[in-house]
Write a protein that binds this ligand. Structure first.
Ligand SMILES: C[S@@+](CC[C@H](N)C(=O)[O-])C[C@H]1O[C@@H](n2cnc3c(N)ncnc32)[C@H](O)[C@@H]1O
Length: 302
């Protein structure tokens, strides 16, 4: 059995289960990503790995291979300027649009170990006064079982909490624990974490005012990006917002979305679908609230 057969087998497995593509020029990643797992399993080389995977009853190994190949890179408030835009322009626009029901449903798709969704929860805690009396549902999903298991624990290492959070914010939202830093229980309870593939129909409640799908589409081919964007489009409210990662765009993969004027990296349904045309950004940028006010506002979720 040849090495490239093993690489094709493994990348085929990854693609079948997650849609993520490991193109030939990135096959080198397989060896690095699987080195630890192979050592653990006493597997000496790619050839042996492929033979094991082809045997019946190797589901646990197959799942571990897929998990090891997924890129779970994330951190709190990744691309901070976009979170500022979200907090200061997009959320106020949604608040105006949902003033009648006072409900917001938000989906963080491909949330990895939860930092993105918890960053959102922190924003709502910071803005407690604005959101008093509102029901905010944050659903965070990932295809990776281990990432979701970790998010559900709500414990982060020193390195993880230092990435993206200022010292004050870190001390406000986390407490030191045996396993590292434990997120404030009220913030953690504000997010529902679920295993879910973004290529499947959206999770409950099925209709979202805001969807974040950041740094997930990168490793899909164009057709698969279109499929994922279709799923998201089906679940996004007519006047809702889609937030992608810095530099990501649905253009070329889907014609269902248009860029929000003055809010790059945020998208809305193309006019044929949207009930409300993408509005001009009329809400001025306000400075973020201080960490102290965040502390006193954590009770939003209590
Ligand atoms: C690079 S991380 C990005 C995490 C976070 N969104 C951020 O931007 O910081 C990409 C995540 O997408 C997840 N992912 C990959 N394919 C997926 C799929 N088909 N459905 C759901 N999640 C997927 C991976 O497991 C990984 O946790």
């Amino acid at each position: 059995m040849r090495e490239d057969f093993a690489a094709n087998l493994v990348s085929g497995l990854l693609e079948a289960r997650t849609g993520q593509q490991l193109t030939r020029d990135r096959h080198w990643r397989i060896e690095t990503a699987l080195a630890g797992l192979m050592r653990e399993q006493g597997i000496e080389n790619a050839d042996q790995l492929a033979r094991r995977l082809l045997q019946p009853g190797q589901e646990a190994l197959a799942e571990a291979v897929v998990e090891a190949l997924l890129n779970n890179e994330t951190y709190f408030f990744r691309d901070r300027p976009l979170f500022d835009q979200l907090s200061q322009k997009i959320l106020p626009a949604l608040a105006a649009r949902r003033g009648d029901t006072r409900r917001l449903a938000i989906w963080s798709a491909g949330c990895s170990t939860g930092q993105e969704a918890l960053s959102l929860a922190m924003i709502f805690a910071e803005q407690r006064m604005r959101w008093a009396g509102w029901t905010i549902e944050i659903v965070a999903t990932d295809v990776s079982r281990s990432a979701i298991a970790s998010a559900r624990k709500g414990a982060y290492s020193q390195f993880q909490v230092q990435r993206g959070l200022g010292v004050q914010q870190m001390l406000t939202c986390f407490e030191e624990a045996r396993e590292g830093w434990r997120v404030d229980p009220a913030l953690h309870r504000a997010v529902r974490f679920e295993v879910h593939n973004v290529l499947d129909p959206a999770p409950r409640p099925g209709r979202f005012d805001l969807v974040l799908c950041r740094n997930v589409l990168l490793y899909f081919d164009s057709t698969t990006r279109g499929r994922a964007l279709d799923r998201i489009g089906d679940a996004l409210a007519d006047d809702g917002f889609l937030m992608l990662g810095g530099g990501e765009s649905p253009a070329a993969h889907s014609n269902r979305f248009v860029t929000c004027r003055a809010n790059t990296n945020f998208f809305q349904h193309a006019p044929s679908r949207a009930a409300t045309a993408p509005g001009k950004d009329s809400i001025p940028i306000r400075p973020s609230l201080s960490a102290n006010s965040l502390k006193s506002n954590l009770s939003t979720f209590r």
